[in-house]
Write a new protein. Structure first.
Length: 349
């Protein structure tokens, strides 16, 4: 029994992983299910040194500007998402190579079982990564877990099935079986067919995802909320010195505010579970919900934010009217202890 080796396994792993990635992205766009490729990338970046992340962002911004692309933040986010997809494709390719190498050393046909074990391991790791990020999602957590495990099990089963078919094709060719009674598919033909099936699933998924994304954008654009600046003058509206024509607007619309961070997708805050925890050297540790925070008197401030990678005259800067609660007001309610000298801010995401 001549089983295919790691080289063919790597090719099959890549072909099978492409539709896996497409289905995850479509499920996330349509139903708010976990987008595992983006989760894996975000989880990885959180474990890299901060200096390396800053260097990567700086380099990305410089490359985008050198290419003359407009919308640096949008281009950077697309680049990060592309890197996330490539990362998972590489992992799937290596997994296919490893699986085929292991199966080549085994006796008997255990390809399906081994493939399912690989799929279960990949799905479990993906769910742990998704959970560790602490992200809210529009879909049901239980449905998201089932979806993730099901896709990885199908992925693993497809790898095992491909190994079994390729092994049988090699046996048939070696035995010289009659083509009139037994359909003999050699390895090259099988890989071509597998590639065609993977391409079909990927193209269909991409088309459905693009249509769904376009529908959502049109729906969001049809019912925009009224901007605060539409009914209120800016603080310096009556100043004698007016901005020169062609310069950046004093107030950046929310939809035009730049976004440079290490998240491949926009984080969702689950208001039902989100909490602000204040502890440490305080007399009364508290956990506040968003509703409790909104009960405080709001504080409004015009604040300009700029990315540390933004060059002079760059677009990674914006001024927006921010609304929140005075931190000093919150600290008064928890009563700092005399030994408290510093404040540490941390996030679960």
């Amino acid at each position: 029994m001549k089983k295919p080796g790691a080289g063919i396994g790597a090719l099959v792993g890549a072909l099978v992983t492409v539709p896996l990635v497409a289905l995850f992205l479509v499920g996330g766009r349509l139903f708010g299910l976990p987008q595992i490729p983006f989760d894996v990338f975000d989880w990885t970046t959180r474990r890299l040194p901060g200096g390396l992340i800053s260097f990567g962002i700086d380099a990305m911004v410089k490359v985008i500007r050198a290419m003359g692309l407009t919308g640096v933040d949008t281009a950077a986010k697309a680049a990060e998402q592309a890197m996330a997809i490539v990362m998972v494709l590489v992992a799937g390719t290596l997994a296919g190579a490893l699986l085929f190498a292991l199966l080549r050393r085994t006796r008997g046909d255990v390809s399906t079982t081994t493939g399912l074990i690989f799929g279960a391991a990949g799905g479990s790791a993906a769910l742990l990564i998704h959970r560790s990020l602490g992200r809210g999602a529009s879909g049901s957590p239980a449905l998201g877990a089932l979806w993730t495990l099901a896709l990885f099990l199908l992925w693993g089963a497809a790898l095992g099935w491909a190994c079994r078919r390729l092994t049988r094709a090699g046996e048939g060719a070696a035995a010289g079986e009659n083509a009139a009674t037994v359909e003999r598919v050699d390895r090259r033909q099988f890989v071509v067919r597998l590639g065609g099936a993977a391409a079909t699933i990927t193209v269909v998924g991409a088309a459905v995802g693009a249509l769904a994304g376009g529908t959502r954008r049109r729906g969001a654009a049809s019912s925009p909320g009224a901007a605060w600046s539409a009914a209120n003058p800016l603080p310096n509206a009556a100043d004698a010195v007016q901005p020169a024509s062609g310069t950046r607007r004093e107030l950046t619309p929310l939809e035009d505010h730049y976004r440079i961070d290490i998240n491949t997708t926009v984080p969702r805050v689950d208001e039902a579970t989100w909490r602000l925890r204040v502890g440490g050297l305080v007399e009364r540790p508290v956990e506040l919900t968003l509703a409790q925070i909104r009960a405080y008197e709001p504080l409004h401030q015009f604040v300009t934010l700029a990315c540390i990678s933004n060059p002079v005259g760059g677009s990674l800067i914006g001024t927006t009217r921010w609304t929140g609660v005075s931190l000093r007001r919150l600290l008064d309610d928890v009563s700092l202890k005399p030994g408290a000298t510093h404040l540490k801010l941390s996030s679960a995401d």
